[in-house]
Design a protein around this ligand. Structure first.
Ligand SMILES: Cc1cc2nc3c(=O)[nH]c(=O)nc-3n(C[C@H](O)[C@H](O)[C@H](O)COP(=O)(O)O)c2cc1C
Length: 377
């Protein structure tokens, strides 16, 4: 596959995950995996424009990364455009993805993420402005979205057409609604539906837990590629399995606990570099990953607790040294769901949001009016 002038020899994507897909994790996945796309977690356009140091840190890449893929999130077209301009002017990325899929209440309540495609004018304007800025620098833009807000308010087909017409190089569909959040199942039939509608490549997303799921999704939906999120949490070697599967091999990786610990240690070291040598920040970031890495291993609660209390690389190494390296990988968690798996309690969108498919003047005022940075809009 080609996205603009970027070659994607194997159409496999590490799906952006906030708090997870910073460069240390991407590097681990990419080193196992095929030549695909390994996308950074979403960067809030406003934070990038304000040069928030945390946002800037998330925009960093390791020199080993083949393609620098950034994801931007924003509601105000003028601000997202400014963020895209920064990315282009400062040569921060080779590919820009736009987030229209986030279901988190604090995002949808502001009309962002998966609430946004309901307002077709806003969606169209954001994509068109970002594509204009990025295409001048030959940077392909893609868009990622969900099926809709709920089944009474589906948006994906229209969103796909808008993305295509405004010049996106591809789209990714996470085949759940906002209301479904991470519960139930990604409905792959919707991916097939979108694929039938569009000429640009469609990446299917949702519930790929093992390499065979990736092949099954392509087989069942005809999608052009797959995006993988939670399935690789604590299992970056899933990308090696996927690589093998795409090459027609049935070889799969089942690491021993010792091999998993070597990955944990490397992950901790890379995170320390990511945090400019701050081991404490690194091992705190590592905590959630350790919980995923150890999932299913009968190591006991006290071991898990000890990892959660680590404050330095030495602490991590000490805890690793206490584990039995020969313990085999727990088969009951291989290729099984992991990470978030719940439905939303309630969908939050701005007041009156669902009454019309386009934004009213008042809605725009409320969404962006009170911010001096938005004066140009
Ligand atoms: C912890 C977490 C953080 C996420 N952050 C983002 C994000 O920043 N941008 C985005 O587009 N999707 C985000 N997602 C959604 C995933 O990219 C993916 O679409 C979703 O998890 C479904 O794929 P999966 O079933 O393979 O996990 C996140 C998901 C999780 C679990």
């Amino acid at each position: 596959m080609k996205l603009g002038n970027i070659d994607v020899p194997t159409p496999v994507v590490l799906s952006p995950m906030a708090g997870v897909t910073n460069w240390p994790f991407r590097v681990l996945c990419e080193q196992y995996g095929p030549s695909g796309l390994y996308v950074a977690e979403m960067i809030t356009a406003r934070a990038l424009v304000a040069r928030n140091p945390k946002a800037l840190r998330l925009c960093r890449f390791d020199p080993s990364e083949r393609v620098r893929s950034l994801q931007l999130y924003g509601v105000n077209p003028a601000i997202v455009e400014q963020a895209a301009k920064i990315v282009v002017d400062e040569n921060m990325a080779d590919h820009v993805d736009l987030n229209f899929g986030c279901p988190v209440p604090k995002v949808t309540r502001r009309g962002g993420g998966s609430a946004l495609p309901w307002k077709t004018d806003l969606l169209q304007e954001i994509i068109s402005r970002v594509v204009k800025v990025c295409s001048a620098a030959n940077i392909p833009v893609t868009a990622k979205f969900r099926v809709g807000i709920d089944h009474e308010h589906e948006t994906f087909l229209q969103a796909g057409h808008i993305a295509q017409e405004e010049g996106c190089a591809a789209v990714t569909l996470h085949a759940r609604t906002t209301a479904e959040y991470y519960g139930g199942h990604s409905d792959w039939t919707r991916i097939a539906e979108l694929k039938q509608e569009l000429d640009i490549p469609v990446f299917g997303n949702g519930d790929i837990w093992g390499a065979d799921d990736a092949l099954a999704m392509i087989d069942q939906t005809g999608c052009d590629g797959v995006a993988i999120g939670r399935g690789c949490q604590g299992r970056p070697w899933l990308f090696a399995d996927i690589k093998h599967a795409f090459e027609g091999s049935t070889q799969r990786i089942n690491p021993t606990l010792g091999e998993v610990c070597a990955v944990i240690e490397r992950h901790a070291e890379l995170l320390t570099r990511f945090y400019d040598g701050d081991e404490r920040m690194a091992v705190h970031d590592l905590r959630k990953h350790v919980a995923w890495y150890l999932k299913g291993f009968p190591v006991g609660g006290s071991t898990r607790k000890a990892f959660m209390e680590c404050e330095s690389l030495d602490d991590v190494r000490r805890e690793i040294g206490r584990l039995d390296p020969n313990m085999v990988f727990p088969q009951r968690v291989v290729d099984k769901p992991r990470g978030r798996v719940r439905f939303a309690k309630k969908v939050h969108v701005p007041y009156g949001w669902l009454e019309s498919r386009t934004t009213t003047h008042e809605e725009r005022e409320t969404l962006f009016g009170d911010d001096p940075m938005d004066a140009g809009y």
